[in-house]
Design a protein around this ligand. Sequence first.
Ligand SMILES: *Cc1c(COP(=O)(O)O)cnc(C)c1O
Length: 393
Amino acid sequence: MAEPILPAEPFLPYGRQTIEDDDIVAVSAALRDDFLTTGPRVEAFEQAFAQAVAAPHAVACANGTAALHLAMLGLGVREGEVCIVPSTTFLATANCVRYVGAEVVFADVDPQSGLMRPSDLSEALAKVAGRRVAAILPVHLRGDVVDLPAIASLAEAAGALVVEDACHALGSEHLSDVSVAVGSGRWSAAATFSFHPVKTIATGEGGMVTTANAELAKRMRRFRSHGMARPEGGDPWWYEMAEPGFNYRLPDLLCALGQSQLAKLPRFAARRRALAARYVEQLAALAPHLVPAASPEWSRPVPHLMSVLIDFDALGLSRFAVVERLRARGIGSQVHYIPVHCQPYYRNRYGDQRLPGAEAWYGRTLSLPLYPAMADSDVDRVVEALADALSVP
Ligand SMILES: *Cc1c(COP(=O)(O)O)cnc(C)c1O
């Protein structure tokens, strides 16, 4: 007799969006508007976002990569200058520097947290060799916050601006004497966010730049729409272009979705924190061969990734084998990130480099499922499968 077919447990990806009925209602309403793009929902979303991260200004754009590019354009970063980027990040953090013709100097990261430390930044600054450092782009990896005050003072001493890649860190806070929201602009010229489906809020594609600098916000809005400006007092059809820009606009449809999603940030954040805390508690049983990524004491993250560090060598296992064993049990995982300095493009451009922290992080990291719709029992299921996959009794 054939085996009874058991209902398969649902597949748990490493990340996914949470779209609810009211999000669908919000987008449906926007579809009936006069403006599908360049309408009033753009400013409404920008204002709500600025308020959510306590930033004076927010500029919505097509995606997180466009947000980074707009920041570079708005700040006037150009050929002949260099920017410092941690190697443990998504490609876009480095690529935006190349979009404007500047060169990338890669900084190392803490192998326990994946974050660029002030000491990593100092080492990178020592490699700059006489060139002008235009900007430093720290990344709040996994939602954990870098040591921004220290990075900002090193940047200031080097005459450089700070652009936070906050694509992982919507809702995260830096705890010092007071708590400071990531993206508020207290220690940076600008911060960039992404609304890709795996990020904390989703619009499909979408991004935002926040800044405390009104003039910078104005320039980025211009670059977002072809470089067009409409001087005051001009004829109604009149526009001028001083420098070519791009079409990096976020349509009203997606701004409607973004605003609806943003209203859920406190709930999404609480759920992510609760799930991450449950993971940390349960994963303690798998130490010392598996430990969660370290979180600095000043960081109050909204966890974006549930990254763990696995000592594959000590276990005599490959990461591939662990990923496959998890997949066989319906559990997705991902690796964040392959060090960007190891990419062929950057190796061809800058030669082979060793950044031991970023390489050590890459050698051990794995991101486990984490998103608000997960049940507590899903965490238990992942940890159980992981324990089996690692064959730890
Ligand atoms: C997602 C992400 C980006 C790019 O955002 P997109 O919206 O996908 O263009 C940039 N940097 C980091 C760290 C990211 O995670």
